[in-house]
Write a protein that binds this ligand. Structure first.
Ligand SMILES: Cc1cc2nc3c(=O)[nH]c(=O)nc-3n(C[C@H](O)[C@H](O)[C@H](O)COP(=O)(O)OP(=O)(O)OC[C@H]3O[C@@H](n4cnc5c(N)ncnc54)[C@H](O)[C@@H]3O)c2cc1C
Length: 580
């Protein structure tokens, strides 16, 4: 009932017609050889893998879930075979460095793969999705010996990895974590502690699992400054089992094919990655890429929600649509897609989905520029801008995905409440993206308090200048310019007020992030409209109509955000515990 068809036409519009990525890659020596045809072929193959191999396991994996017996986790039927095919096709290595066995393709292509895998089967994709975090940490910070022992196997996908951060009392605030690491004479550490909610902490997809664990070395300072990062494998180099185990798997709302584990480390042998007490910094170095991928999960869910609800709305008939002439035959019913209330839902989904795709792919390319451009100044500017965009991508695109999934469920009516139709699974699965990898509230604080305010919004102003300069002539561009200018003014107002009221940025952070997201999409849609105006196909005309819909019906929400930011000057009321 719930299908996935790779949206190749829209992906081509963004990657080729709008962003012209092949021309942009020419400026990056690492990708200068990559041509449009090769990129297209890779994307088409990724679409085949997602739709033919993963999508058929989506509903069955959700029903079956994972089981834990004697410390071993069994994943749903078909997961192992799909993972084997994924590895055989070389997908894990797509964006990794050729020096360690990777294929050296850009983040932008890897981003398309990520979107498709998540559209097709988020639960399954939780296993390989974490591989990149370990890869980036090890590439940037591991000793040559650790790299020698682990990198190639992670890059090839022979071993999967985890990120072990969360503890029962330490979620958003990792400064509270208690897992200990005691140094040993041979240079290794003994890790002791319990981590919760660890995705893929135990499973049957690979022979070994490489855990990246945050822990505190004996006598380390308290708080975030005393946290170090360790590599702790399930099996040690000699083949013996390390002293760690999965103590339980969570029963949870969605992504049921992904084993979410309680992991106990009982004097497990591990090795330091990077400097002692600098573990958070080492891990945060790869956060831009990791959070971009969660944003792409949002795009993936938005896509499957939209295409399935649209298909249903075109088939399902109920009542006469009001715009149709009063018919002789009152018995005839129209597809619900003709009813304006349903059309609004579908158009809103589409406007946020396609605008979000543009924002995500362009940011992925900016990440490529930040890493690969030969000019150091260009790299730094791209890095600054991608750092500003990352929390917006993560939070705005996942918020929109949940709204899009709920809209899909509503379009399916009562059938949307039933498992067999798939919409309720989409709602359940996509819900997690708002919570993990830093909750969306933490993203909003990251954007405003940690990134915009410290330099008096200088970097943000530079970003807005660039966005303004990219706008083509045209009516929609004028409206996008106005949105950019309102964003700049709201920022300036917060900068000034925050000097006297330190709590204010925290009160307005969520609305500020949404304002940023809506404005970025306005800028993207104005450009998309101008590019689509050059074509005359049905696709291009639909693109222009969606652009207009965005400006007329979605962007006005920015006014609400501005009103909330204005009201945020006043302290919030106190909360009292419920009384009997
Ligand atoms: C399915 C699943 C998979 C996961 N996978 C992993 C994994 O692989 N590895 C791993 O280490 N962790 C993982 N996590 C843990 C996840 O990252 C945390 O749940 C998340 O960081 C939030 O922490 P918490 O649950 O302790 O919530 P809390 O930190 O207690 O937050 C509770 C609420 O308070 C809000 N809040 C907290 N502090 C602030 C603040 N300063 N300002 C504003 N609001 C605030 C939060 O936004 C949230 O709404 C996973 C979680 C789930 C559910």
């Amino acid at each position: 009932m719930w299908h996935y068809q790779p949206p190749l036409r829209d992906i081509r519009f963004v990657t080729e017609e709008l962003l012209d990525l092949p021309a942009r890659w020419a400026a990056l020596p690492a990708y200068a050889e990559l041509d449009a045809n090769t990129a297209r072929q890779v994307i088409e193959e990724a679409g085949k893998f997602a739709s033919e191999m993963l999508a058929p396991l989506n509903a069955s994996g959700d029903l079956e879930g994972c089981t834990l017996r004697d410390g071993e986790v069994t994943t749903p039927r078909g997961y192992r075979e799909a993972y084997r095919a994924y590895v055989a096709a070389g997908w894990p290595a797509l964006a990794c460095d050729p020096a360690v066995g990777g294929q050296g393709l850009p983040h932008a292509i890897n981003g398309v793969l990520s979107e498709m895998l998540n559209s097709a089967n988020h639960g399954w994709n939780m296993y390989p999705a974490l591989l990149h975090g370990a890869y980036e940490c090890l590439m940037a910070h591991a000793t040559p010996q650790l790299k020698e022992g682990y990198l190639a196997k992670i890059v090839s996908g022979e071993w999967l990895s985890t990120m072990c951060l969360t503890e029962a009392h330490a979620g958003s605030d990792l400064g509270l974590l208690k897992t200990r690491a005691d140094p040993q004479a041979d240079g290794s550490y003994r890790i002791r502690g319990t981590k919760i909610f660890i995705s893929g902490g135990e499973h049957d997809l690979t022979d070994n699992i490489v855990h990246m664990v945050l822990a505190r070395i004996t006598d380390a300072p308290s708080g975030t400054k005393g946290i170090s990062l360790f590599l702790v494998p399930k099996f040690l180099a000699g083949g013996e089992r390390n002293t760690l185990r999965c103590d339980g798997i969570e029963k949870k709302m969605g992504i049921k094919g992904s084993a979410t584990c309680v992991m106990s480390f009982e004097g497990a042998t591990g090795w330091l990655v990077g400097e002692p007490h600098r573990g958070l910094a080492a891990m945060f170095a790869m956060m831009n890429a990791a959070r971009l991928h969660v944003g792409l999960q949002g795009v993936g869910h938005s896509e499957s929600a939209h295409q399935n609800s649209l298909r249903y709305a075109l088939e399902r008939t109920q009542m006469r649509a009001p715009q149709r002439p009063a018919e002789r035959n009152a018995e005839v019913a129209d597809p619900i897609a003709l009813h304006p209330a349903v059309r609004h839902k579908l158009l809103r989904q589409r406007a946020l989905l396609e605008g979000g795709r543009l924002l995500a792919y362009e940011s992925a390319h900016l990440l490529d520029v930040a890493e690969q451009h030969p000019d150091v100044g260009t790299r730094h500017t791209a890095h600054d801008q991608v750092s500003l965009l990352t929390p917006v991508l993560k939070a705005f695109l996942t918020d929109n995905a949940l709204a899009g999934a709920l809209a899909a469920q509503q379009v399916f009516g009562g059938h949307g409440y039933m498992h067999d139709f798939g919409a309720e699974q989409c709602v359940r699965d996509c819900r997690i993206s708002l919570i993990y990898e830093g909750t969306n509230e933490i993203q909003a604080i990251d954007l405003l308090v940690r990134k915009v305010l410290p330099d008096g919004a200088a970097k943000l102003r530079a970003l807005i200048v660039r966005l303004d300069a990219e706008l083509p002539e045209g009516a929609l561009s004028a409206r996008a310019r106005q949105a950019l200018s309102q964003w700049r003014e709201a920022t300036q107002q917060i900068v000034q007020q925050a000097a006297a009221d330190g709590e204010l940025p925290y009160r307005v952070a969520d609305d500020y992030l949404r304002l940023a997201g809506l404005t970025l999409l306005a800028q993207g849609w104005a450009r998309a409209d101008a590019v689509a105006a050059r074509g005359d196909s049905a696709f291009h005309m639909a693109k222009r109509e969606t652009a207009r819909y965005y400006f007329d019906f979605v962007l006005p929400e920015a006014g609400l955000c501005l009103a909330h930011i204005g009201a945020g000057q006043n302290p919030l009321p106190h909360l009292h515990a419920p009384s009997a």
